[in-house]
Design a protein around this ligand. Structure first.
Ligand SMILES: *Cc1c(COP(=O)(O)O)cnc(C)c1O
Length: 389
């Protein structure tokens, strides 16, 4: 078969060995506590599920949906943005529902990336930004996110020849995997930089509702001038524990949204309508689940970070997201450490290198496991003594 060459450009999956070992240990009956899965452990709230069940019975919802979604869904998204961020959006031109935000993040590459074009991508970062770039024939230029700069990229470090040739820049705050937040001033700096070099900005923001100490993160769309050159991807996945239902959205610049709609309308046929109605329920209904979940996560975060400190895995306290990004002790690589934690105390974590070269000295803990499992995991970590080797 004549497979396309673009497939060869995608790097091999990094954690084959570790995952094989986890499966092997589990098959022997060894209990492994996993901090490796970034998916809320709590179920979708009942009122949202109830709406889905009702709507599933309605024959009109059994038919093909429209690619741009129900007008009421686009309106609910605009209302939600207005309420939460005080950002005004035209529901017919500045809002597009997605089959989960990952779908739009992947497809928008087709709107901007040509063979040989450059895309500015955060390192470490969600792998889809660079993979979609490469599938479209482009080349990622990595912007290191370093701890001494609060895990924000330094725009002045991007060579001007690279900036001039870049079509798109990806940003993501609150950030997966570092847990760092960004200020409105930072977003405005990004807008100024992108405007100078004629670069479109895609801000990926699925974690704006996963925050701590009541400090709500800003939306990129609040930044001065953001709508002139950028869009924001958002999702119901993390906010309402709806990862399995696949619904998200992109909002902002109308030309970018129109371009993405053109691509999408030729590739997919939208989101099942009962799920769109379920999303309306989530956006318009009680928002109580957000505080409730964040309180649970804040306890888990504090419990984990305290123990990590004790065992010599320094972690900056995350501002948001459900990740803790911990630095490995001197003498370890992230893969060595992940292996050692698995073998010695039966705890699974994600090696940071999976998110980019700048993640090589870190491991990622996801705190999306039930409290009793987290407690068990934390006690096992406290017994690990390798950090002093
Ligand atoms: C979870 C996640 C997504 C994808 O969310 P879906 O809407 O479920 O596709 C996108 N970006 C980041 C950084 C994520 O962590």
């Amino acid at each position: 078969m004549k497979f396309a060459k673009r497939l060869d450009r995608l790097p091999p999956y990094l954690f084959v060995d570790i995952n094989r070992r986890i499966a092997e240990m589990r098959s022997k009956g060894i209990d492994i506590v996993t901090f490796a899965i970034g998916d809320p452990d709590l179920p979708t709230p009942t009122h949202i599920i109830d709406r889905l069940c009702q709507e599933a019975l309605v024959p009109a919802n059994h038919r093909y949906p429209e690619t741009d979604g129900l007008p009421e869904l686009r309106q609910s998204i605009a209302d939600w943005y207005s309420e939460r961020f005080n950002v005004a959006l035209d529901p017919d031109a500045e809002v597009l529902p997605l089959i989960g935000s990952k779908e739009g993040i992947g497809h928008i590459a087709f709107c901007f990336v040509e063979s040989g074009s450059t895309v500015l991508v955060p390192d470490p970062g969600y792998p889809v930004y660079s993979m979609a770039t490469m599938i479209s024939g482009g080349e990622p230029h990595y912007m290191p996110l370093l701890e001494d700069n609060g895990f924000l990229p330094r725009f002045e470090a991007i060579p001007s020849s690279v900036a001039a040739g870049s079509a798109l820049m990806w940003l993501n705050y609150p950030n997966n995997p570092t847990g760092a937040g960004a200020s409105l001033e930072f977003f405005e700096e990004a807008v100024d930089f992108a405007r100078r070099h004629d670069i479109a900005i895609c801000h990926d923001a699925p974690y704006t509702e996963v925050y701590f100490e009541g400090r709500k993160p800003p939306s990129f769309m609040e930044a001065r001038g953001s709508k002139d050159i950028g869009v924001e991807f958002h999702s119901l996945s993390k906010t309402y524990h709806m990862t399995g239902w696949r619904i998200g959205m992109v909002v902002g610049n109308r030309d970018m949204i129109r371009a993405l709609f053109t691509v999408k309308s030729n590739l997919d046929s939208g989101i099942p309508q009962a799920i769109q109605l379920m999303a309306i329920e989530a956006l318009r209904g009680s928002q109580e689940v957000i505080d409730l979940h964040n309180e649970i996560l804040e306890h888990r975060r504090d419990r984990l970070v305290a123990v990590l400190d004790e065992i010599g895995l320094h972690a900056r306290i995350p501002d948001g997201t459900f990740y803790v990004w911990a630095r490995v002790p001197d003498g370890y690589s992230c893969v060595d450490l992940a292996r050692e934690l698995l073998e010695q105390v039966h705890v699974a974590v994600t090696p940071g290198i999976g998110y980019g070269a700048s993640g090589a000295d870190y491991i990622r803990f996801s705190i999306t496991l039930p409290d009793d499992r987290l407690e068990e995991g934390v006690q096992r970590l406290a017994r690990w003594r390798g950090g002093s080797r």
